[in-house]
Design a protein around this ligand. Sequence first.
Ligand SMILES: [Zn+2]
Length: 201
Amino acid sequence: MNYRANIWAIHELGVRKILATAAVGSLSSNFWLGDLVLLDQFLDFTKSRPQTFYEGGKQGVLHVDMTEPYCSAVRRVVMNASEQLGLPVKNGACYVCTEGPRFETPAEIRMFQRLGADLVGMTSVPEVVLARELGMCYASIGMVTNEAAGIAKHPLTHAEVMESMKVLSVKVAQLIQATFELWTPSQSCLCASANEEVGKF
Ligand SMILES: [Zn+2]
């Protein structure tokens, strides 16, 4: 997937806030099949994905701040929408991003659990980083579609994930619609100023 092309194109269209969805496996007893969870931290275990728009030269590099990788202002709006709908959403989970496309081994899942990961997926990084580099807000709704390897009592299949997605996608569509109704264009957060230091070093 060309993450840079996608994020650049979205930015060029004038988009300043992204609400993404991600199918995730659960590593934690706090998150169950069918849960909707707003990510708030990530661990990056990707291996070969370009992670930045700022590759040096005249422009220099950008050491972009990742204290709060997923915009808390956007997450707040999603939580308000979830309350209005009466559709429970859990706010805050650490997502570990793996390279894929294979699923993880049980040994890797045990390692990720020890490192503090709650959910596992293959897509959120570097999307979230690139959005921040361009000053866009980014939040992601994790849809728990399966239990991770070694936790599930059976081998993982893509079909299982797709089946869970079918059920969850109706709920997520309602949540996104309700969020957009509460959406305002202003960025009342620090995301827009994330790339102010470009070219200063
Ligand atoms: Zn923001």
